[in-house]
Design a protein around this ligand. Structure first.
Ligand code: NAD
Length: 361
């Protein structure tokens, strides 16, 4: 098997963590007699500096011609003064829209060895394993009209969904729930918003196609609390775009660090893979970034775009073993310091590759 992978590493820690993920992907693919052909292009702030736009045409063309796209992160203080439609983040929204993926899968899981990193008590998080299915192409981030009328001192955005947009993402969430614990929680604000009333009615309709899955609805405000007080009660959580962005970041505290979490966006022309964290300007260039979220994102590339489940599990197993063996990056290094050894970004990548090599032998 050969996979044509476009790598858009982006800004800040993006290139640092992506380099480790790519090295792991190459190692694991080679071990199974597969190849990954990597093309690298610019996106985000770096592309603004070199090409005057956060998403150059040649990056977009390469993305559409690839089998999968691996993205690091975009953004940084240098570009903060730009308007929303010219900032690095605009490049991310544009590539997501062009690739067409509408279902963003964001796992949030407790890892026994990292329990001390979570501000939540271990007995609350232990065993928690949630898969967020976040609608990614609609809602407030894309809805029209949107404007900041500076003269009037007024700005507005629009949360808008069509029934078809809700049906297609709900079906993916139900299908994933069928493969997990057959329980789906749909999140909305149906007590206030018409768009949420459509969301709730549509998800309820789709549920009839999946009689083996139990559906429950939660309002987003109470869900924000319930995810922290009883995360084990949830398995697949289906949300619209904005609510999913917030709730999945909130749920990163279950794992203990934003740097641990991968994501995949599926359902469109080309799947897009990215760790959920941003460009972390506060630690960029210091080799402090945790590459494990990016490395586990690589596992999702193999699982969802290459059909290499065994190889994906190999990467996930190696990450777990590295943590079990007491290795941490600085963001995970809490608790009794004699219990672990702190590694920098590249050392952590090396440790994962060393562990993969020993698992293979
Ligand atoms: P962030 O995720 O970059 O950082 C939040 C905190 O988590 C920081 O303290 C950071 O040091 C830490 N952190 C994040 N990833 C880490 C990792 N891998 N290892 C160790 N620590 C890590 O979020 P932010 O600070 O709100 O945003 C910074 C920039 O990133 C902004 O410009 C924002 O727009 C952008 N952003 C981009 C994406 C993306 O590209 N997908 C997502 C979120 C934010």
């Amino acid at each position: 098997m050969n996979l044509n992978l476009l790598v858009v590493a982006g800004d800040g820690i993006g290139p640092e963590v992506t380099a480790e993920a790519v090295a792991v992907l190459n190692q694991v693919a080679a071990s199974g007699g597969h190849t990954i052909t990597i093309t690298e292009k610019r996106i985000g702030g770096i592309a603004i500096d070199t090409d005057g736009t956060p998403l150059p045409q040649d990056t977009l063309d390469a993305a559409l011609a690839s089998d999968a796209v691996l993205l690091g992160a975009v953004g940084g203080n240098k570009w903060n003064a730009l308007s929303p439609d010219t900032r690095p983040e605009a490049g991310l929204l544009k590539i997501r829209a062009a690739l067409g993926g509408f279902a963003n899968l964001r796992p949030a899981f407790a890892i026994k060895e990292l329990a001390v990193n979570s501000p939540l008590r271990t007995e609350v998080t232990e065993g928690a394993d949630i898969l967020f299915v976040r609608e990614l192409l609609g809602g407030l981030y894309f809805g029209q009209p949107r404007e900041w009328d500076k003269a009037k001192g007024e700005a507005w955005n629009t949360m808008r969904y069509t029934k078809d947009e809700i049906v297609r993402v709900a079906r993916i969430a139900f299908q994933l729930a069928q493969k997990r614990s057959k329980k789906l929680t749909s999140v909305d604000k149906a007590n206030v918003l018409e768009v949420s009333q459509l969301w709730r009615a549509t998800v309820t309709e789709v549920a009839a196609e999946f009689p083996d899955v139990t559906l429950e609805h939660q309002l987003v405000d109470s869900m924000a609390m319930l995810l922290m007080t009883s995360p084990r009660n949830y398995d697949v959580v289906l949300t619209e775009n904005l609510f999913g962005d917030i709730l999945s970041d909130e749920s990163a505290v279950i794992t203990g660090s934003l740097g641990m979490l991968p994501s995949a966006t599926i359902g469109g022309k080309v799947n897009l893979y990215e760790p959920i964290h941003g460009s972390a300007p506060d630690i960029a260039g210091k080799k402090l970034a945790n590459p494990l979220g990016a490395i586990m994102t690589g596992a999702l590339v193999l699982r969802h775009s290459a059909g290499l489940e065994k190889e994906a599990v190999l990467i996930e197993t190696a990450v777990r073993k590295v943590l079990e063996a007491g290795y941490r990056t600085a963001d995970l290094a809490r608790g009794n310091t004699t219990d672990f050894k702190v590694l920098n970004t590249t050392e952590m990548g090396d440790k994962v590759r060393e562990t993969i090599a020993s698992l293979l032998s």
